[in-house]
Ligand binder design. Structure first.
Ligand SMILES: N=CN[C@@H](CCC(=O)O)C(=O)O
Ligand SMILES: [Zn+2]
Length: 413
């Protein structure tokens, strides 16, 4: 497939650039009036229209992208899209002024989703998650991470992970699976934290490993959820099975969660709405990625992460949706990128790099996705005609994604 007359070919990063930190984030290489050749599902070559070789100009099929931009697909490295039911009942509580913590205490929150999960079948969960994932792909997402964490029993966590495995097999995009059994303490373990941690370590982890159901380990390291010590115990046990951490850190308080992740060589620490200078500095010196989830801040009215502070401290910053039924009922990465510009004060270039190459890095697939680079998988989208690159985040709430191409083929899903 040959795409011609591309107004802007976005994210033309060199092959050896696998993530971007600090000032590098503002550099988003763009080729104007370009062509892009895709072969066998991979990016074969690209260049400027005025220099297109005659033998390439004849290749069929061809798509003219006149007036349009071509982006590498969004790489959404933090989602919870396998859930049994939405939680609109909490929406009303939220509108009435209840906080995320108050809703959880009143029987809402993660335990609400866990109750609904117990009776859901694998088929029902797969059908519902497929609709969500299909919507996300149509909005430009071309790689995704999905967490368990609404099971909170051995069998229900395994059920969720098996659904994620089915999504992986069914959809034409990379899907990474994360075990998040340490999402909340089930009611019966409320006074027996060690009992639940032992269950995760001694019963769940060996079965997850035996069925090869997870790529990463996660924990909600937060006041009232998993303490730093409890989180460390789980991360250390998971490391024995080769599961690297990607953890929920500093969402509601800054009490050392990010540092726990960094100390355990986490691929990413995610949320970071509450950070002090020590966190920013620690991430600036670390290879752990700081993944920001501005749609969550927007929806539950908590502070927006200090993206500028992270960038000034030379950290690697990624953006993800956090799509889940409680704190972020949306998986639209276009809106995430808009919010990153509008609320995190990121430049469009910084936000786009964070949602593409650094998102891929937060799933350890940036050697295959996240930029327009020869040899990478041809997961891309073509926009509607746009006046400039900044029009995409500027026109918040409206998708500029016109054509989605995955593995070199137009996605009709
Ligand atoms: N904070 C923890 N987990 C999710 C929310 C889960 C829920 O409320 O169902 C999050 O990332 O925001
Ligand atoms: Zn989350």
């Amino acid at each position: 497939m040959l795409i011609t007359y591309i107004k802007g070919l976005v994210g033309v990063h060199a092959k050896d650039v696998l993530s971007l930190r600090g000032s590098e984030l503002a550099h988003l290489p763009l080729l104007e009036n370009a062509w892009l050749l895709i072969k066998d599902g991979l990016i074969e070559d690209f260049g400027e229209m005025e220099n297109i070789p005659a033998e390439i100009a004849q290749i069929q099929p061809q798509i003219s992208a006149e007036g349009r931009f071509v982006f590498p697909s969004w790489c959404d490295s933090h989602t919870h899209i396998v859930f049994a039911a939405p939680r609109e009942e909490e929406f009303a509580m939220k509108i009435a002024g209840k906080t995320y913590e108050e809703i959880a205490t009143a029987g809402g929150g993660i335990l609400n989703s866990a109750n609904k999960m117990q009776s859901a079948t694998e088929d029902e969960l797969f059908e519902a998650a497929s609709i969500r994932l299909n919507d996300m792909i149509r909005q430009g997402t071309g790689a995704v991470e999905i967490k368990s964490g609404y099971g909170l029993t051995v069998e229900s966590e395994l059920k969720m992970l098996r659904v994620i495995k089915r999504l992986k097999e069914h959809f034409p995009i990379p899907v990474k699976a994360t075990l998040l059994a340490a999402h909340a303490y089930p009611t019966i373990y409320k006074e027996n934290h060690q009992g639940y941690i032992d269950l995760i370590i001694n019963e769940l982890l060996p079965r997850v490993a035996a069925e090869d159901l997870a790529d990463y380990i996660d924990a909600f390291c937060e006041k009232g959820f998993f303490s730093n010590e409890e989180t460390a115990q789980i991360l250390e046990a998971a490391a024995k099975y080769g599961l690297k951490p990607k953890i929920h850190a500093n969402q509601l308080s800054s009490t050392g969660a990010a540092q726990v992740g960094i100390a355990h060589h986490a691929v990413s620490v995610d949320h970071l709405e509450e950070t002090d200078h020590e966190v920013l500095e620690a991430l600036g010196k670390s290879t752990t990625i700081g993944t920001l989830l501005p749609s969550c801040s927007f929806y539950i009215n908590i502070p927006f992460a200090n993206a500028k502070g992270l960038i000034q401290n030379n950290a690697i910053v990624a953006l993800a949706s956090d799509y889940n039924p409680g704190s972020t009922p949306s998986g639209n990465m276009n809106f995430v990128v808009s919010l990153a510009c509008i609320k995190l004060k990121m430049l469009p270039e910084q936000a786009i790099n964070s949602a593409t190459l650094n998102g891929a890095a937060a799933m350890e697939i940036s050697d295959k996705l996240g930029s327009i680079t020869k040899g990478k998988t041809a997961n891309i989208f073509i926009t509607r005609p746009m006046s400039s690159l900044a029009y995409l985040p500027y026109s918040f709430g409206q998708s500029q994604v016109e054509t989605v191409i995955l593995n070199g083929e137009i996605y009709h899903g």
